[in-house]
Write a protein that binds this ligand. Structure first.
Ligand SMILES: Cc1ncc(COP(=O)(O)O)c(C=O)c1O
Length: 494
């Protein structure tokens, strides 16, 4: 079956006309049209294969046949809401619970990571009777209003967004670039003390802490691995203040970190959050998510007297799909694969660090890995333009990777969990090639017209000031050949 209904140009035109312009597209000057996918590969309308290094939603592999079959079979039988008894709902809740500490035993099924985190906030407000939320710098927790408020990654992007008075931003526990770094004797305590001080400042102003929320490993924030013991100490400070701990596992859960099923477990057996939110990988692309909490929190939520109803959450089809995802993770030992291939990939990247001064840091757990590019290893000057260059050059070679973090200089690896050592070899080999070439590019423009100037090129020629987050489009004039300085900036695209 051909999955393409329009020629690419028409798809682009229709998208421009009918889809909100703030819905960002990858590689906006030359977007990719994907029509099919399997495993860790995606295919464009011409059948060109791309290696997907970033899609943690297609957790067990794009269009995994077991997951597709489970969904289709249940869809043929019944799909309805959770006001009827259905075994899929309770079976799936039981299966999820078995992956978690005993205390986390009550599930609310919802439909997206945002819905899960929004509900987690409601649970926290209701359980504690308090209002103030502590979040981490550079955090992203979702797109609904309550979550934009607690997502500095987003509200810092907008000049007119005001920080909600109940939201307090603690430093990201980033031991590479953050306030307390690798050389610090006890960064876990230092970062946790920041939260403790924040709690005290909130109290002084008459506020009361409802919750601390953090991703177990920050993803959009730049693939940050918090120092071990940090969560335990934060939880203690927050609980002493009457608040609870919400662990956002929307990006990093379901075995991705290799050694554990949940990334919060990396902190140690003695740490148990009060609420865990799940999303993205949970349905391998099917829109579903979940909030798991304790009996006490759930009972407090009930005591408000308000019914919780969610039309689609926990429907039999979603639950069948969720169970199939869990089955495939076990059957194909994908958690083990994440551990093995993740280690292999990290070792390869470490060698790149020895070879290329631009590589400042390699960090990761399992198949959640970050490579931070810096222009200066002492000053940690972010190599933002170079990171964009890597992403664009890889795309030209049919490899999909992204750059994120507050300076958009961290290359993010979070591929489908069936990623192989051969895939790792391929992508690292290409990165090696691009890093070797950066700074040595000679700009040859064959004819008059528009072209995209690559940031590294612009920097090396020194013809333009490059805004770190922008790719610049130039128009070449007839006289350009004499001097590159005649190039005119036409558009700036993020
Ligand atoms: C950590 C984290 N939490 C929550 C969300 C929101 O999930 P969704 O886009 O499914 O609403 C995201 C999405 O990127 C996320 O990265």
């Amino acid at each position: 079956m051909s999955a393409e209904r329009f020629e690419k140009k028409k798809t682009i035109d229709l998208r421009k006309k009918h889809i909100g312009p703030s819905c960002k597209i990858f590689f906006s000057h030359d977007p990719i049209k994907i029509v099919q996918a399997k495993g860790q590969y995606m295919y464009d309308e011409k059948g060109q294969r791309y290696l997907d290094c970033i899609n943690n939603v297609a957790h067990v592999g794009h269009c995994h046949p077991d997951v597709v079959k489970a969904g289709a079979q249940q869809m043929e039988l019944l799909n309805t809401n959770s006001r009827f008894l259905h075994d899929n709902l309770v079976l799936y809740a039981q299966r999820l619970q078995a992956t978690l500490p005993d205390k986390l035993s009550v599930c609310y099924f919802v439909n997206s990571g945002s819905e899960a985190n929004d509900l987690a906030l409601r649970l926290a407000w209701q359980y504690t009777g308090n209002k103030d939320i502590i979040t981490l710098d550079n955090a992203y927790h979702g797109h609904v209003s309550s979550l934009i408020d607690i997502s500095p990654y987003k509200f810092h992007q907008s000049s007119d967004a005001e920080q909600n008075q109940y939201v307090h931003v603690a430093p990201s526990p980033d031991v590479y670039r953050g306030k307390y770094r690798g050389e610090h004797l006890d960064p876990a305590t230092a970062y946790a003390d920041e939260v403790k001080d924040m709690v005290q400042r909130v109290h002084k102003k008459g506020g009361k802490i409802a919750a601390f929320i953090a991703e177990s490993l920050q993803s959009c924030g730049g693939q940050v691995i918090p120092p071990q013991g940090y969560f335990q100490q934060v939880a203690q400070h927050v609980r002493e203040a009457g608040g609870i701990f919400i662990a956002d596992e929307v990006q990093v859960g379901f075995g991705r970190v290799g050694t554990h099923f949940w990334a919060f477990q990396l902190q140690g057996e003695d740490f148990v959050p009060d609420i865990v939110t799940m999303g993205k990988p949970i349905g391998n692309g099917h829109p579903m998510s979940c909030v798991v909490t304790t009996k006490e929190v759930a009972e407090a939520f009930m005591s408000s007297g308000m019914e919780y109803f969610n039309t689609f959450g926990g429907n039999p089809v979603s639950c069948a799909i969720g169970m199939a995802v869990l089955d495939v993770i076990v059957k194909e030992d994908l958690q083990g694969n994440a551990l093995r291939v993740g280690r292999y990939l990290t070792n390869l990247l470490e060698k790149q660090k020895e070879k290329h001064p631009l590589v400042g840091d390699i960090r990761g757990r399992g198949l959640f890995v970050g490579l931070e590019l810096v222009k200066d290893r002492l000053k940690l000057t972010p190599a933002t333009a170079e990171a964009q260059e890597v992403i664009y050059r890889l795309k030209e070679q049919y490899i999909l990777l992204s750059a994120d973090g507050p300076h958009r200089n961290v290359l993010k690896f979070k591929p489908p969990m069936c990623f192989t050592t051969e895939d790792a070899d391929l992508v690292v080999d290409k990165i090696d090639h691009v890093l070797t070439g950066i700074g040595k590019v000679i700009f040859i423009i064959p004819e008059e017209g528009h072209f995209v100037a690559k940031p590294a090129v612009m920097q090396s020629t020194g013809t333009q000031k490059v805004h770190t987050n922008y790719i610049m489009f130039f128009k070449v004039t007839k006289h350009w050949g004499k001097t590159l300085n005649l190039a005119i900036v036409l558009h700036c695209h993020y």
